[in-house]
Design a protein around this ligand. Structure first.
Ligand code: HEC
Ligand code: HEC
Length: 200
């Protein structure tokens, strides 16, 4: 990890929106109803290109909603939906999706042990676990990646690499993804998407 990455990790531990009022999970559940059409009934997506949100890190979720709202993370599907969302909505939605059980994404990626092994080596070489933790369940603003949809992980890494998706602060993820080839991205995504479920 470079010093810049360490500084970034410290910045990212700050809350995304000011904490004037506590998050309300029940209110979040109500506000999340329109989201489930795409993100899945229990926050587990069965649609290509759409990430699962169940059990995702609260701070990460809040930051992404702030980024969609400001247009910093441009996305034609998410942008109109959350254009008028308040900070309190963001806190409630983050708390609600975080409270849902973390389960394996529904996708048709059949395990390919050789590809998973290649992905594991790349992940180790790039110290991805330094921020995403050894079980890849993430921490604070660093996303949970384990068992996320493979197609979505490929898209996210490709978007970071091209800077179509700017990463937080001083660009930790653009830096992390910049050295990965297309084949590396597929292998890494396959490894993460097919990790065995962790009991917690
Ligand atoms: C029309 C389908 C659709 C609806 C409805 C929808 N989303 Fe999304 N959402 C997406 C897509 C597609 C992405 C992936 C964007 C990308 O590729 O960068 C996404 C990404 C996200 C992310 C980023 C997750 C990550 O892992 O990076 C969050 C958080 C999110 N949506 C929350 C919500 C919330 C909260 C609602 C309801 C207010 C909602 N979404 C409604 C399609 C939708
Ligand atoms: C210095 C800390 C750090 C390192 C090292 C790091 N990440 Fe990240 N990663 C983050 C943070 C923080 C985010 C959220 C960034 C944002 O807000 O866009 C993130 C986001 C992601 C996402 C998007 C997840 C989603 O649901 O949208 C993927 C995929 C990802 N990282 C994979 C990796 C891989 C693979 C590596 C190693 C090659 C890696 N990361 C290394 C901190 C890091």
């Amino acid at each position: 990890m470079t010093l810049r990455m360490i500084t970034l990790a410290a910045i990212l531990s700050l809350p995304a929106v000011s904490c004037l009022a506590a998050a309300d999970i029940a209110a979040g559940q109500e506000k999340a109803k329109p989201c489930l059409v795409c993100h899945g009934e229990h926050g587990v997506s069965s649609m290509p290109g759409i990430p699962s949100l169940a059990g995702q890190q609260d701070q990460f979720l809040q930051w992404q909603l702030v980024f969609f709202r400001t247009g910093r993370r441009p996305n034609p599907m998410m942008a109109p939906l959350i254009a008028n969302i308040t900070d309190q909505d963001i806190r409630d939605l983050g708390a609600y999706f975080h409270s849902l059980p973390y389960t394996t994404a529904i996708s048709d990626d059949s395990p390919n042990p050789e590809m998973a092994e290649k992905g594991k080596l790349i992940v180790e070489q790039h110290h991805c676990a330094a921020c995403h933790k050894n079980d890849f369940r993430g921490e604070r603003a660093a996303a949970a990646l384990a068992d996320q949809r493979q197609d979505y992980l490929v898209k996210a890494l490709t978007d970071y690499r091209s800077a179509a998706r700017p990463s937080t602060g001083v660009a930790a993820m653009s830096e992390a993804a910049s050295g990965l080839t297309d084949d590396d991205i597929v292998a890494v995504s396959h490894y993460l998407a097919t990790l065995p479920p962790v009991k917690k």
